[in-house]
Ligand binder design. Sequence first.
Ligand code: PLP
Ligand code: TYF
Length: 392
Amino acid sequence: MFDQLPAYADDPILGLFEVYKADPRPFKVNLGIGIYCDEAGQVPVLESVRAAREAGVGARGPSVYLPTEGGEAYRDAVRELVFGKNADDIVVVQTVAGTGALKVGADFLKGVLPDAAIWMPDPTWANHAAIFAGAGFRVENYPYYAKETGGFDLDGAVSALQKLQAGSVVLLHPCCHNPTGVDPTQAEWHALLDVIEQRGLLPFFDVAYQGFAHGVDEDAWAVRECVRRGIACLVASSFSKIFSLYGERVGALGVHAPKADKARLLGQLKLAIRRSYSCPPALGAALVEAVLSSPASNAQWRAELDAMRGRMREVRTSLHRKLGEALPGRDFGFLVAQNGMFSYSGLSAAQIEALRSRFGVYVVSSGRICVAGLNASNISHVCEALAEVCSG
Ligand code: PLP
Ligand code: TYF
């Protein structure tokens, strides 16, 4: 028994992060894993979150089980954050971060649409395929990134979606696409939602960076437009990055199902949760609930989110300018056109290896760069390294 276990191919992003942590070189730079760092290179504790903690939220006391679906105040606050006001018909459950929301959503869907396939953008976050394949789905891809232009392949995506069977699930990133940073425009979203509506497809939105592209409400636009059109959809939310609460595992799953009996829908989501981990963790959700539900803390958090977004924009602009100077004649316009933490650099495997071994600059194998790892004290080193490997 257990003598034939298959080897586990480590998550390449988390695996690279471990290699980075073990690297003793003082000038090393982490542009691999998607963790937002501030100008000092630190993972920030947001002031709004710190204030909630200092006010006693989550203070030590008796630790009791939360309801399977999470607390009502948390679910209400998240509903408004993601779906806006007047969204009472959306059923929201708390989950173990964004990954847990995807998993609960996948298990729920497998129960109600056992034969459906899921279609994911090419490329997408590697865990998407792992989670949905693990829940028993056939996983397929639709064109997303156009290599030639470095932009969104609208024609490719629309023509692929037009061929799908009704009831197929379509995974979508409403903002800050991971790994490319390339987002559809509002006009392109309309074209996508038109096909989804006409073909009777089921969107599954993954929102891990709400507020990192243009703003909290702006970044939820595609989700809210989908709901406004009356299209059923699922929405996985992660609060790891936007509250800088990676380790607390805070997230939610929202389901818009206009034809469903709400109590039964909640029941099926609770069933998926109960079978998996029974009920969610308490501390992170208490902090997020406290920040979102006090108008003053909410405004403070939004300002902090604006500052994180602004810093990433400045870093992009600065990298664009410095690389343009170091490598004249090359077009680095993609750096300023893309949104969020990630940029698709087009670096080759050999260049990525040289960056790591010669310069201590860590980039994941797809060539995705996490711009949130850059700051004034490491950007020149990174630019010199990039210039060297790109011209060599
Ligand atoms: N979805 C996307 C697109 C991501 O980039 C991430 C990464 O953090 C997640 C989901 C999951 O995040 P978490 O489980 O930390 O909330
Ligand atoms: O794509 C990223 O880097 C982030 C962080 O298993 C992450 O989404 C990466 C891998 C993983 C969990 C989180």
